[in-house]
Design a protein around this ligand. Structure first.
Ligand SMILES: Nc1nc2c(ncn2[C@@H]2O[C@H](COP(=O)(O)OP(=O)(O)OP(=O)(O)O)[C@@H](O)[C@H]2O)c(=O)[nH]1
Ligand SMILES: [Mg+2]
Length: 509
């Protein structure tokens, strides 16, 4: 089939004429790779291919995505990392959308792979109507992918999607290299970042569910006696999961473990629920900070409360929701929670396992939806976040909190990008968690959104209870105040809890 007859010359020429690509670096990092044909520009095809021809060739070809390599410049560091980390080649099947979107998706996969600790050597996309049912990339591309991976010195191929167990096995057999999919990669990052008991249990549950149907899928040759769990560095990317042979010999134990984890998580979720209902009873409104991973959610919480939460230029730095006390500009208390970030194609096992954590977002009174304005396609991040939020919301009672969109990293925007985002997200508040710009405006917007005190009280508060008077000043809306011989006469609007505290001093009539 012509379709399968990939012209490597065409490919490499295309690649080397890509102006964003640094030829010298490329030649250096694939030493020995088929570069002869490409060093000489006169090797370019004589007649330029037509659009249709290009489209056809593009469909048939694996297209390299440049600028993904994360090779280290420090040689000593390379030596060290090579011992422990995997050298990976990324591959995506581009089924819809523009090529820029396909490249953005692969660039994100590259960030994920780096976060997991791999060294990204190459990125390739294949244009295809749908992934190949047996090997993900087209059958004819497998051999070529293997050549590219070997030439680059890779030991692992990471696919930009979730592979069916059979697909992963067949691709592994054909490539004779380890194959990891996007889901396993994200699970791996979560495993490395989980800190709390709940977070660890959630990740383990998600991993077991992911690996269970894949137990049989792994052939003997590629046998993975995977290393320890979360944080155990040896297993390498995608394998910080449960060990294979153990699982094969005792599936029932896995099932048992899964149900045990489910029970434990349910209990932990009850504790969370109790805490939450206490807040509800106290009528302290809750605000959740949600959004795409690396959008700056933790930074924003820090900027709003002066708290020192972990901020990292890494994906999924935060896995445990942290809740902090905060006050609106007019002094009303509320809670502010930092949450797990979202990503396109967040594995459903994770959504399920992290349900109670993610519910922090859907059960809040207000969602601060943080968007990284400096991302090439912020509106796609917004869509991905809204999808997950409504998915979780629909499994509760269908309700999702009102959303206040916060475009962060405004300091990194040029005027054109700023104007474009203003147009796309007209309701949004623009801030920079880093410089503090826009934070005052955001504080005012939060105060505007949160429920106002609405219970009218008329009380005579004795001078011994001065703290109640000051609470009315900070939390409530004072209508009238009068100093009398018996105490302070207050007429004010306050929230439920304060109204209760003032109840003994209510004036009758
Ligand atoms: N230029 C710029 N960078 C920012 C700003 N806010 C955060 N960052 C950077 O963005 C990166 C991610 O910040 P985090 O606050 O960890 O983001 P997050 O949304 O909590 O990320 P995860 O917990 O990993 O999902 C860090 O490198 C921050 O320094 C900002 O206003 N401007
Ligand atoms: Mg964070």
């Amino acid at each position: 089939m012509i379709h399968e007859q990939l012209s490597k010359d065409y490919l490499t020429n295309r690649y080397f004429t890509d102006e964003r690509f640094d030829t010298a670096e490329r030649v250096a990092d694939t030493d020995g790779f088929d570069t002869q044909a490409t060093r000489d520009p006169s090797n370019a095809p004589e007649d330029e291919p037509s659009i249709g021809e290009m489209e056809r060739q593009e469909r048939a070809s694996l297209r390299r995505v440049s600028g993904l390599s994360t090779e280290l410049s420090d040689v000593t560091e390379v030596e060290y990392r090579r011992l422990q980390l995997e050298r990976v080649v990324l591959v995506g099947v581009w089924t819809e959308g523009t090529s820029a979107q396909a490249e953005a998706s692969l660039a994100e996969l590259s960030r994920l792979a780096e976060t997991a600790g791999s060294e990204v050597l190459e990125g390739l996309v294949q244009r295809k109507d749908r992934p190949d049912p047996s090997t993900y990339v087209g059958a004819g591309k497998v051999r070529e992918l293997r050549e590219i991976a070997l030439a680059a010195g890779a030991d692992t191929v990471i696919c930009d999607g979730e592979l069916a167990p059979g697909q992963a096995r067949q691709l592994e057999e054909k490539l004779q290299l380890k194959v990891v999919d996007r889901t396993a990669l994200i699970l791996d990052i979560f495993a490395q970042h989980a800190n709390s008991k709940e977070g660890k249990a959630q990740v383990e549950l998600a991993q077991l569910q992911y690996y269970l149907p894949r137990l049989r899928g792994w052939g003997d040759k590629m046998s993975r006696q995977a290393g320890g769990r979360a944080g155990g560095g040896k297993g390498g990317v995608g394998t910080r999961g449960p060990g294979e042979t153990k699982m094969e010999t005792d599936r029932r134990r896995i099932h048992k473990r899964i149900s045990k984890l489910r029970k434990e998580l349910a209990a932990m979720s009850t504790i969370r629920e109790t805490k939450r209902s206490r807040r509800v009873a106290n009528a302290v409104p809750s605000v959740a900070i949600g959004g795409y991973t690396n959008a700056g959610k933790s930074s924003l919480l820090n900027a709003l409360t002066g708290n020192g939460l972990l901020v990292e230029d890494s994906l999924f730095a935060t896995l445990d929701p942290a809740t902090r006390q905060a006050r609106t500009v007019d002094g009303r208390p509320y809670t502010l929670s930092d949450t797990v970030g979202f990503v396109r194609h967040l594995p459903h096992q994770l959504v399920e396992a992290f349900r109670s954590t993610l519910e922090e977002v859907t059960r809040a009174d207000l969602l601060l939806h943080v968007v990284d304005g400096s991302d090439p396609a912020p509106q796609e991040q917004v869509g991905a976040v809204r999808d997950v939020v409504s998915e979780i919301g629909s499994e509760q009672d269908g309700s999702v909190p009102p959303e206040l969109v916060v475009v962060n990293k405004a300091d990194a925007l040029d005027t054109a990008k700023f104007a474009e985002l203003r147009r796309l997200l007209p309701e949004a508040v623009f801030v920079s968690a880093r410089s503090g710009a826009g934070i005052d405006e955001l504080n005012r917007a939060i105060a505007e959104w949160l429920p106002k005190p609405d219970i009218y009280v008329d009380a005579l508060v004795p001078y011994t209870r001065g703290e109640l008077v000051s609470r009315v000043h900070t939390e409530g809306e004072l209508v009238e105040r009068e100093h009398t011989a018996e105490g302070t006469r207050l007429r004010a609007k306050v929230r439920n809890d304060l109204a209760n505290a003032l109840e003994p001093f209510a004036t009758t009539g």
